[in-house]
Design a protein around this ligand. Sequence first.
Ligand SMILES: C[S@@+](CC[C@H](N)C(=O)[O-])C[C@H]1O[C@@H](n2cnc3c(N)ncnc32)[C@H](O)[C@@H]1O
Length: 358
Amino acid sequence: MRADWDRRARIDPRYWVAATADADDESYRASALKDAAALLHGLPAPLSPSARVLDLGCGIGRMSAELAGRCAEVVGVDVSPEMIAEARRLHADKAGLRFEANSGIDLADFTDGYFDLIFSYSVLPHLPEDVLECYFLEAGRVLAPGGLFRYQFWIGARHAAAAADTLTIRTYEAGALARLHADAGFELLDTETIDYFDPLLEMSPVWVNARKQREPLRRVAPPAPRDAEAESSAARQLEYDLLLYLALKHGDRGEIDDAERVIEQAVAVDPARGEGYVQWAAWRLAAEDLKGAIGLIEIMNREVPDSPHGWLYRAQFCELIGDLAMAHYALSRLHALAPAEEELLAQAEALQAKLGSA
Ligand SMILES: C[S@@+](CC[C@H](N)C(=O)[O-])C[C@H]1O[C@@H](n2cnc3c(N)ncnc32)[C@H](O)[C@@H]1O
């Protein structure tokens, strides 16, 4: 979890915590105001000036910073030291607000009953299930009697994810949530639908208000250690898509250095996908760096050898630099894949005719 989120934070922490459609500073700021307002408006009672508040999975303090000054103390914890370092840098001037990196599975730095409110936004649904259970038990432990746990969640038909997946949204049926609450000593107060519909999951997330009724039934038992190399292909694909989206947004705004930095990360996350190389090569070409563009398509041919588009680009580029033998070879690789796409075949044929007459 730490490695995954540190990697994301190093690329662009604002994008990774808020994932706004515009992927820019302005929309990040607007999301912070909107989500913090929703957090506060949905509390069953106004936030007390003497309250101690924990932001679980605080990221770079997007929401906790909005609460600073409204109560006695706000603490943000996050598994990613990179996120915490950025949170501290951004909000160094705010009194009553501090950020700490935590283990990613418990709240061991805090004594029993310390907080009056724990909130968590866009964190719990990304967690492996055994880690989620640990955090419910820990929230029950570190909240004062009657304290409130307010968190964003997805309740409905079950969508699971691999244990190593730290990105895909997991959804839970109401019964599973009731068990988590019962074990951790919470009573469900209410839920409130958040104004966002996920077309893939076919549902909207909710804010949940749960009150601490009694102490948790048990203390956390750390989840079994996982293979650090274990990978989730669903998470990898999603991370790639989100990085590609961010890179294209930079590209649209003419921020080509940023676009290339992000696309480099995308192809590192999944070298076996072709889109990133093609887009990156297009930016190199626009910068009149034909050699760089060809180098990227060569990597694509090696990593994605079954992409006919990759071989067509290779053939076209090689024809441009006069490497006709390589251009012929690339076309033969393309035809060996027997692609059905008419437009692609027409382009290959046109190139073949040009090479033939050369
Ligand atoms: C989508 S971001 C949301 C950040 C923040 N809550 C916000 O709304 O701006 C998810 C955050 O959860 C953190 N996170 C992921 N797994 C965690 C874990 N096991 N324990 C603590 N934080 C975790 C990540 O590092 C990341 O900062």
